[in-house]
Unconditional design. Structure first.
Length: 330
């Protein structure tokens, strides 16, 4: 049986780091009050990276992609497919993936998918299905977000949470035991209202009125998102494990979406997974949405925590609400 094995990971974050104190000072200038203490205790975030003007999401995605290709030991021209999970593509059209394809020197089909913070898990599933179905041998999956450009700096309940980054994975068709064992996706479209960017699409297109009404920014009902995230992430990880006949104790590592440390803590508690098995970096990056899981995975792989033979659980949730989880044998 063909499996999709993750043979390369890569990540990229813009150079500029903004600490909570620096962000609080900048926000104070526009009379928005926040503090390092509030952000740290409510979210676990200490700093985030912000892209400078002139750097595009596709630049970040290409950097992460190149790094994953290098680890995989293949050339961009060997890719059969590129899937980019993002809600902050360079522009509504064409796809961010098309820019990425050109920038890394690939020639294969390339497309975006929109599942917000769950984008990397959705893209992983697409890649896995292509590989299992024989439609692709080498697939590049990228999660990239340049959220700093679409945050409402007057809304302290959202603007302190997010950061910019890109994470990538190269998946290759192989017949051994290593690779994606199981990957589950779920969406509850009844919850579209609790996390969204209302403007800039066809419902409220970009024009003076939608700009004046500030519809182009992320809006969120934090408490509802929190509740849904805890429930959905616990449920999806448990179901994936059950379906695969794998016990929680068999997991070596879990790479959760880095949205809020309190969400992670509660999910781990519910699932009875020791926190020592979590790969975490929310403190350094904040919530990087679809980049979050692949960036964190890359960190765990490169620092030697995630090693050959390890069982790794991945999980993420985002606007939609859409969520998913995967079990991977490294
Ligand atoms: N600085 C200081 N005070 C703040 C800030 C801030 N940045 N933001 C909100 N507050 C204030 C509120 O105004 C409120 O004040 P009040 O009591 O005087 O009205 C107080 O802090 C408490 O606000 P709550 O909304 O109750 O704070 P809560 O403890 O729920 O934390 C948070 C808010 C962190 C957003 C939380 O709800 C959360 O983490 N939700 C999950 C959302 C999330 O992770 N979203 C990421 C995107 S989606 C995803 O990736 C899954």
């Amino acid at each position: 049986m063909l499996r999709a094995r993750i043979v390369g990971t890569g990540s990229y974050a813009p150079e500029k780091v903004v600490t909570n104190d620096e962000l609080a000072a900048q926000l104070a200038e526009i009379n928005v009050e926040t503090s390092d203490e509030w952000i740290r205790t409510r979210t676990g975030i200490a700093q985030r990276h912000f892209a400078p003007e002139g750097e595009d999401a596709s630049d970040m995605a290409a950097a992460a992609g190149r790094s994953a290709l290098q680890m995989a030991g293949i050339e961009a021209k060997d890719l059969d497919l590129i899937v980019v999970g993002t809600v902050t593509a360079d522009m509504p059209m064409p796809a961010c993936a098309a820019f990425v394809q050109h920038k890394i020197g690939a020639t294969c089909p390339a497309f975006d998918l929109s599942a917000a913070c769950a984008g990397s898990i959705y893209a992983l599933k697409v890649a896995e299905q292509f590989i299992r179905g024989g439609g692709a041998k080498n697939v590049l999956v990228v999660g990239v977000e340049l959220l700093s450009r679409i945050l409402d700096w007057h809304d302290r309940t959202t603007c302190v949470l997010f950061g910019d980054a890109a994470g990538a994975m190269v998946l290759r068709a192989e017949s051994g035991e290593q690779g994606v064992i199981s990957c589950r996706l779920a969406t509850d479209g009844a919850l579209t209202d609790i996390l969204k960017i209302p403007g800039g699409g066809s419902k409220h297109p970009l024009n003076q009125e939608t700009v004046d009404r500030r519809l182009g920014y992320v809006v969120m009902n934090g408490r509802e998102v929190y509740r849904t995230a805890v429930r959905a992430l616990s449920e999806t990880m448990l179901t994936t494990l059950k379906e695969s006949g794998i016990g929680i104790d068999d997991l070596h590592w879990v790479v959760p979406h880095q949205a809020n440390i309190r969400i992670v803590d509660t999910v781990f508690e519910r699932l009875n997974i020791p926190k020592s098995k979590a790969v975490l970096n929310i403190e350094k990056y904040g919530n990087t949405s679809s980049a979050s899981v692949p960036v964190t995975l890359d960190e765990g792989v490169r620092d030697g925590r995630i090693r050959e033979g390890h069982l790794v659980g991945l999980m993420a949730i985002g606007a939609g609400m859409s969520w998913g989880s995967a079990l991977v044998r490294w």
